[in-house]
Ligand binder design. Structure first.
Ligand code: GYE
Length: 345
């Protein structure tokens, strides 16, 4: 009873943003009621849990939020897989609304519900040691999905995602080509403290510093991976740096916001100011086809199948690689029209 009540409270308070999450928790609650008829004790509980979830793979996923088109595509990929495999998989989904404290609450709730595997897209890199240790003590492996955490490797099972430093380097090379190796540019950073932002900045800035002495990054500021903030920050960049020739954004959504700001300033995005961003969402392909964006470095969000397959392996006690690296491509405006219809997100 205590366990059921706690789960319900946690669900109401922290998973409030995710109807799907509460829905699936409710299903588990019913199952837990049945368990209460069984004798107390770990072994009894385990048996009861298995029969309650029909031997299904029960996975809790603590999502960051809905900050970008990329994030929505990833959520869709995870939820669609769970729906299509409902006979073998049960997903508990929490939307943390971009707050680490909500993600920590979600993980604690998943531990309380004794899920088989926990998935997490860490909104920021630091601050996870304690809750990861709690999961480890409970014998629940953690899969880091799409962003890394700055913890000892022993505290998580695997990271599934892209090489952000490499993405930053590719972005720098493409920017250099677009602006003929010279000029002032600005940088729109992702969420402060997020691995995807820190590493995309490191890769880009280091590549520029090492190989392109005539390119100057005159301003670099966070736009929190959102379109609205990308636009707002770009507006102030344009006011203080009217002579820039390029903008590098750590994701496509911020680039799309920047494109709006450039247009409102009476300039032509894609011509007067070149754009390079990361993700490869449909919106940036549309902007490239329209001649308003120049290049995107792909970062695959369709990680649902790989995530669940990896979780199944972990449940079965199989070993998995510490980093399952995504294979991504680079797309420029000259090929955008040819490939836009094949884009899956
Ligand atoms: O690039 C961005 C999102 O963590 C890789 O997060 C992900 C990033 C993605 O908000 O659009």
């Amino acid at each position: 009873m205590k366990r059921k009540l706690l789960s319900a409270i946690l669900c109401a308070s922290m998973v409030a943003a995710s109807l799907a999450g509460c829905g699936s928790t409710a299903a588990k609650e019913e199952a837990t009621v049945e368990n209460e008829a069984t004798p107390a004790g770990d072994a009894a509980d385990d048996t009861a849990d298995d029969s309650a979830s029909d031997g299904k793979l029960v996975v809790g996923f603590a999502q960051i939020g809905q900050e970008s088109g990329w994030r929505d595509a990833e959520t869709m990929s995870i939820q669609t897989y769970a729906e299509e495999h409902a006979d073998t998989v049960e997903l508990k989904f929490a939307d943390a609304q971009q707050k680490q404290e909500n993600q920590i609450k979600a993980i604690k709730s998943f531990i309380e519900q004794d899920v088989d595997v926990i998935g997490l897209a860490p909104v920021v890199e630091t601050g996870w040691d304690q809750v990861f240790a709690e999961a480890q003590d409970a014998g629940i492996p953690i899969i880091l999905l799409d962003r890394t955490a700055d913890v000892d490797e022993s505290l998580y099972a695997t990271f599934i995602g892209s090489d952000f430093i490499e993405e930053g380097k590719l972005a720098a090379q493409n920017m250099a080509e677009l602006i003929g190796g010279k000029g002032k540019i600005v940088e729109l950073e992702g969420t402060v403290g997020a691995s995807a932002a820190t590493d995309r900045k490191t890769g880009f800035d280091e590549e520029i510093a090492a190989n392109y002495p005539d390119i100057e990054i005159v301003a670099s500021q966070t736009g929190d991976f959102t379109r609205a903030q990308g636009k707002e920050v770009m507006e102030s960049f344009l006011k203080s740096n009217p002579d820039i020739v390029g903008v590098y954004a750590h994701n496509d959504d911020m680039a799309l916001g920047a494109i709006e700001a450039i247009k409102e300033a009476g300039l032509k995005p894609g011509e007067d100011i070149k754009t390079v961003s990361v993700d490869g969402v449909k919106g940036i392909f549309e902007a490239m086809v329209a001649g308003e964006a120049n290049c995107t470095v792909e970062c695959n969000p369709l990680l649902g199948p790989l995530f669940f397959e990896t979780a199944a392996k972990l449940k079965a006690g199989e070993s998995v690689e510490k980093w399952v690296k995504s294979v991504d491509g680079v797309f420029t405006s000259d090929i955008a029209a040819d490939v836009i219809d094949d884009r899956a997100y």
